[in-house]
Ligand binder design. Sequence first.
Ligand code: SF4
Length: 508
Amino acid sequence: MRSGDPSSVTVPQEKQQRRVRRKEINRQQLLLRPVEVEKLVDLDHPVRAIWELVGRLNLEPFYAEIESVEGVAGRPVWDPRLLISLWIYAYKDGVNSAREIARLCEYHPAYQWLSGLEVVNYHTLADFRIRHKEALDQLFIEVLGVLSHEGLITLERVMHDGTKVKACTSSKSFHRKATLEDHLRLAREQVEQMGDPESEEVSQRVVKARQRALREKQQRLEEALKALEKIEASRSKTSDKERARASSTDPEARVMLQANGAYGPAYHVQISTDAQSKIIVGVGVSPSPADAGELEPAVERIETHLGQKPKQVVVDAGFTNQATMEAMIEKGVDLIGALPTRSGVAPNRLEQRGVSPEFYPEAFTYDASTDSYRCPAGKVLKFEGEQQKSASLHRRYRAKGRDCKGCEFQGQCCPGTKKGRSLVRSEATPEMVAFQAKMETPEAQAIYKQRAGVAEFPNAWIKDKIGLRQFRLRGLAKVTLESLWVCLTYNICQWIRLCWKPRRLAQV
Ligand code: SF4
């Protein structure tokens, strides 16, 4: 037996006469194999459902933007039906990269079936994903129409919630004003020093790409400085303004607390889900970490998409403030939600300020006839002003500075205050009183208990199955488009799960 011969195996002494015959693997051969494209995927494969559904939709807004037409010179373009189907199937599979889809078209049966064994260039796929904002909005509405026709949407009850998704940038890209200005100055100098591409030794394509990158960098830094101005304007304390930072790579992203308990750059995706079959009926993206103020635009989005408002919306405490309650009353939408936290001055804040418990607000006596308070030393705290906060009206009262200055209790009552001790009286508004009464009923509490199960179902699906834990695109407009693609995919997945698959099984 020859040593090293792969077709020969050493066998025990007693069986030395036997030589095992094994199949040879020939990797040098060339094969021409027929491929029946139609049979690349099974009849109940979800890629067929996506192709079928997209084919039923009105894609005219996509076709209207195509310049290549019959009778005019120019190359034919990829059919939007194919590009939409490729993106939907890719998102469904957790693939969110145009390059990856192009690679999958080379060997994956489902992608090959869709493209008819052609490979779509990744530039075409990447451009298509971000180019057709209005057409994609229309497509989302078209799919909602199909789902509504199937009886999956009733708008009797809609659960609304926000979920934070990481931005495509790092915390290290956030800088203060001085650093951003330095970077911008450098970028402008580099742009000014850019030479003529034709005079460079490397290829013109490379030079033009470098020049484009520099111009984009300069533009992003200018946008970051504008974003920083907005952040500073939203802050009242000078020390907070000085600490403000903005990202040099994604100026519209904001640092916010995320689901994993860590702070990082993110966007806040707002999702409205119909309780009937957990279909997403509205999606928006906000750069604000807070939920307050997001419900009203969400209800308006639903009305735009489906031509009617939801009868009832269910939200958590982050949304239930005075303005939202008033807006829902005005729109005739029944609001169910957790009670907002009353934001008076908390005892621990008083403790931090060095106020002794004997001088907490309970020690002050209110006189309704004069709308004023009397302090433990017998001095009057007059009404100073009021402010609407959350679902309460905050009325502020203050003692005269000279009364407190000469008071023996100042060290325990208002240490370090020059203006005199102040007190905030929190009054619930009539809307808040009515909302509280409603939320104490067993019916409202039973409805609220359903909120997490419905609202968090699409959140979990788009993060775990579709894989939207971090955006691939940058900027509010593009991440909104990315969210729309993902929610469209989610809705089509639900249609496959609830309608298409059962019908296919019934036919077999
Ligand atoms: S410090 Fe002012 S508010 Fe406090 S007990 Fe004295 S006078 Fe009254």
